[in-house]
Design a protein around this ligand. Structure first.
Ligand SMILES: C[S@@+](CC[C@H](N)C(=O)[O-])C[C@H]1O[C@@H](n2cnc3c(N)ncnc32)[C@H](O)[C@@H]1O
Length: 261
């Protein structure tokens, strides 16, 4: 078993839950990333860590010819017939020649690497000169009470975080979670990039939608899927109740890396 196997299994078991909850957030975040790239129409694009296809869809809508890569086959299989061609591969060893793409987007995937510089370098390698790499990661201050509510009610019902998820949060995600740290990784990758904090607001999401977001994430989704329907309903309603009515609007805070290659 290599380092990515638990991540691959964790996400592969979460594809349906991801589309029910997190996707409504990640689809918008992907659009915000792709809007930074101009022009897109007619370009070749790679979606690294494509998941269920948020950035692929945004790129295709903007007119790119897309290929998707993810380490989790279950994520790539989701609605396969509506998706672009795909390859199961690790972001640090992409199965493409140098300069194969004009655009590379890595939406919330390189922050799963303990050495994100390796993923950034690999993304730049497969990008043609004159092309662009755009990568996003969760900012250190990206938080919402929905997360705490979902986790604490799930824990009361028997959920325990998987080791791979704890390692991800401790050893990988912090590496790109601030502008300073992300700049350090771009320097280690040997690429020249702009690194900025960005925010996307979700005023339309009500309490059940916010809890569904958290229940569909790969840390909780397999546990939620293991529950009987009545227990799932109980988890959702208790978490909504715990969050209360005075919760803030969800504002996703991310770090965006943009590199002209
Ligand atoms: C938070 S999800 C984001 C999915 C999608 N990009 C989106 O924005 O909806 C992270 C994705 O990165 C993938 N991933 C994690 N580590 C990876 C690696 N080393 N190589 C390729 N994909 C990876 C996961 O399997 C998962 O699908």
């Amino acid at each position: 078993m290599n380092e990515t196997t638990p991540v691959s299994d964790g996400y592969s078991n979460s594809a349906d839950a991801w589309r029910r909850g997190p996707a409504r957030i990640y689809d918008r975040l992907a659009i915000a990333l792709v809007e930074r790239i101009e022009p897109v129409r007619g370009k070749t694009a790679l979606d690294v860590g494509a998941g269920t296809g948020a950035a692929s869809a945004a790129l295709m809508l903007a007119g790119a010819r897309v290929v998707a890569v993810d380490v989790a086959p279950g994520m790539l299989e989701y609605e396969r017939s509506k998706r672009p061609p795909c390859v199961v591969a690790d972001a640090v060893a992409l199965p493409f020649r140098d300069g194969a793409f004009e655009i590379v987007v890595a939406a919330f995937s390189l922050n799963h690497l303990t050495q994100p510089a390796l993923g950034l370098r690999e993304a730049a390698r497969v990008t043609r000169r004159g092309g662009i790499v755009v990568a996003s990661a969760y900012a250190a201050d990206d938080d919402h009470p929905a997360k705490q509510a979902a986790h604490s009610v799930a824990a009361e019902l028997g959920w325990r975080p998987a080791t791979w998820w704890r390692r991800l949060r401790e050893d990988a995600m912090p590496k790109l979670a601030t502008v300073e740290r992300a700049v350090r990784e771009t320097l280690a990758a040997g690429i020249s990039a702009t690194v900025e904090p960005r925010q996307v607001r979700f005023p339309e999401l009500d309490a059940p939608s916010l809890i569904e977001w958290r229940l569909g994430m790969a840390d909780l989704a397999p546990f939620v899927a293991s529950l009987e329907p009545a227990a799932r309903v109980e988890l959702l309603s208790r978490a909504v109740e715990q969050m209360g009515s005075d919760y803030p609007m969800l504002v996703r805070r991310m770090i965006v890396i943009t590199a002209a290659v």
